[in-house]
Design a protein around this ligand. Sequence first.
Ligand SMILES: Cc1cc2nc3c(=O)[nH]c(=O)nc-3n(C[C@H](O)[C@H](O)[C@H](O)COP(=O)(O)OP(=O)(O)OC[C@H]3O[C@@H](n4cnc5c(N)ncnc54)[C@H](O)[C@@H]3O)c2cc1C
Length: 336
Amino acid sequence: MIKTDIIIIGAGPVGLFTIFEAGLLKLKCHLIDSLPQPGGQCSEIYPKKPIYDIPGFPSILAGDLVDNLMEQAAPFKPGFTLGEAASTIEKVADDKFIVTTDKGTQHEAPIVMIAGGLGVFEPRKPPVENLEVYEDKGVEYIIKDPEFYRGKECVIAGGGDSALDWAIFLTDKKIASKVTLVHRRSSFRGHLDSVQKVMDLAGEGKINLLTDREVVGIGGDGKVENVVIKHKTEGETVLATDHFIPLFGLKPSLGPIADWGLEIEKNAITVDTKDYSTNIPGIYAIGDVNTYEGKLKLILCGFHEGTIAVQSAFARIHPDKKNILKYTTVNGVTGF
Ligand SMILES: Cc1cc2nc3c(=O)[nH]c(=O)nc-3n(C[C@H](O)[C@H](O)[C@H](O)COP(=O)(O)OP(=O)(O)OC[C@H]3O[C@@H](n4cnc5c(N)ncnc54)[C@H](O)[C@@H]3O)c2cc1C
């Protein structure tokens, strides 16, 4: 049994910053995340993209933000249970919850903060026969590190921003040796600028743009070697490639959290904005996972919510102690 002051479910940017704010109040945190690494959406979906609206950082790569948050949290020695999803919660005493993961690891604390973001997210997969067989053998649903594709032939499928942006990036930066973009329609859903850029690159012969077509099959001995592309009227062709990257977005789902008796509205947990507490005393919800009037799903808003929530958690854990706000400039950061 892992015992701590605050169990944080979700090691995204909001969960990570909350370790720091809790640490300033001498509260210890243990984080649970179903992903194998911390950072939530920043690490999993867009580690190499620059973020422009983190206060004090005119531009920072999402992956670097996660590294910085880990460094900032380090003095407070957080614990991590990674690669396991929090699946059940049980109130065992007035001031004790036990959170158990899908692998059976148990955690006990008086406070639970749910920083579960969009929940457990799954890629939307196209209906291609044998797709699963080639996963991680040339089929990827998320581009984590563009360098992985250096000198490789890539077939990207999709009509939204993600497909357009990565097709442009891998071409413009001369990373992939060949980029083919396959889309089942002739018009795209992405930003007009990106659509225009793809058209320009296709016109210059730098992107192989195939519209009104879909990938319907994959071939290769133990790894992707080609894909079968079907045109609406012209039939099928086989195209040699090293990678097939379907970018059709991610399907968010609250997962097991939805069954914990919390008030849910539109796949998010409703909270009291006084302290981001839920309808169950002792459980808070911060970051993308919560909802309230005027909610913005932004990292900086989640940082604020975590900061306020730990003040309330402190009052629950130490009802007899008065907490006086101290500036870090005055007190510094004294870890555990
Ligand atoms: C492409 C893209 C670009 C973006 N750009 C910006 C931007 O420029 N500026 C900005 O402010 N925001 C941006 N965002 C939004 C930003 O990423 C989110 O607001 C932020 O990640 C929310 O942080 P979070 O910690 O609340 O949740 P998340 O980052 O979603 O992390 C939640 C974590 O909880 C875990 N989890 C969920 N349920 C469970 C469970 N039951 N058990 C264990 N673990 C669980 C998940 O695995 C995940 O790791 C962008 C998002 C995307 C997709």
